[in-house]
Design a protein around this ligand. Sequence first.
Ligand SMILES: Cc1cc2nc3c(=O)[nH]c(=O)nc-3n(C[C@H](O)[C@H](O)[C@H](O)COP(=O)(O)O)c2cc1C
Length: 474
Amino acid sequence: MYPLLNSPLGIGPVTVPNRIVVPAMVTRLSGDDGFVNSHIIERYRRFSEGGAGMVVVEASSVHGGRSGPLLKVSSDEFIPGLSELSAGIHDAGGAKAILQIIHFLKVARSGWRQMISDLAIDELEAIPGLFAAAAQRAERAGFDGVEIHMAHAYTLSSMLSRRNRRRDHYGRTLENRLRLPSLVVDAVLDAVGPGFAVGVRFDAEECIRRGYSVADAGQFAARFADQGVAYVSLSAGGKFEDAVHRDGKPLYPYTGFSGDRCMPGDSYPDATNIWMAEAVRKEVRRRGFFTPIIGAGKISTASLAEGVLERGAADLVGMARGLLADPYMPLKIADGRADEVVRCIYCNVCKSLDENFKTVVCYLWPKGALHAPRPNEARAAAIWPASGSGVQAEPGIGDVRIRWSAAEGDVVGYDVLRSEDDGPFERLTSCTRTAQLDNTVVAGRDYRYLVIPYDSSGARGEPAFAVEGAIAVG
Ligand SMILES: Cc1cc2nc3c(=O)[nH]c(=O)nc-3n(C[C@H](O)[C@H](O)[C@H](O)COP(=O)(O)O)c2cc1C
């Protein structure tokens, strides 16, 4: 099953054991001091233990500025903690450990933010050296590589942006916009040894008005491929330009439409952004480069991921929130237990925790847990009580309310499935409560519901049907 997904691939000098990537995800588990702690190590160990091929550790700052709870790699004092982190990832499983490195500008609670046009030439030209020093520290700390963060709202992304209006040779034209990011890539490649992978991540489309799209992104990717990067990872959106300012909070670049496109929520289709990766990859290949491309964005099942690889849309598949929900997904897939995966519902609770500088956890984890449960942690299987599941579905005006009794055992959640007009049951959502409102029904069709409890390891209990007959919505 899933032969491509489970096959190894070389990214520059490093071989990853399979094509499943944990893209960078800020955890907010570090203190404001930016040091690695035991919770961070545990979070990343689980991704590797769970069978991912490559774990990209969250954005870590290359410079000393204040950043709230974010990892730092801006001086040698961070090396011991980062060494423990890379060792934790390597000891726990076969994943390669990549550190994402970031430079960002200042933001204030008033909504003010520093712009790239505010940077003096000497400040700008100091940036490649900061990235190079950070990459060397990551190498000394035992990481397999670094990923240069050029995506979303941060300094290098703002340089690449079509909104970059700097009036010197770092702005406006495509070549000028590429200049600083290219200097960073060269500086990092020069600073590290030949066995160390240097990847880049940038937006395939900015998803803002007057922003760039895949035509520019293809050119960026070809340039970085020509410079010798180990891989190109593609994201989308996440910009300050359309962010919504909330009183008393610094601007968060994922609050506008481009933020939705970066972390597409439940209303978006599966694999929302993969067409972008496909277009960029095509351009890179057309120019004769074989640099691996990573695509991401609402890809949460093995069959979807295998399909992406089969049709050549990407070479590796990033699953951020999907692997946050269940870091053991790759092992379950490899063991033929894909039906035990706790599947992300893209509710974006994790995103709003990040926005509020709170510890990033998943809504589908047991209440109060700091990490996803291990598959062997369930103490008792999820079963319906002797009195029955009590599943009922009540049609309302334009919606259906489904309720059921709490299952017993080590139950953490429920899958809710729905059949329309006697069709097959398909997953509607998963939840941790014992009720769910279905507000995506339309009049004139018949619906049936099915609720399946699952325990903390993801093992499912008996399905319970809501009604014998079908429900017609008014
Ligand atoms: C809580 C959270 C934190 C994130 N932090 C980062 C980050 O540090 N660097 C980055 O490049 N992307 C970050 N992302 C974006 C993800 O890497 C990924 O591109 C996005 O979630 C879409 O993939 P998905 O649909 O598989 O979740 C973050 C996403 C989430 C939900």
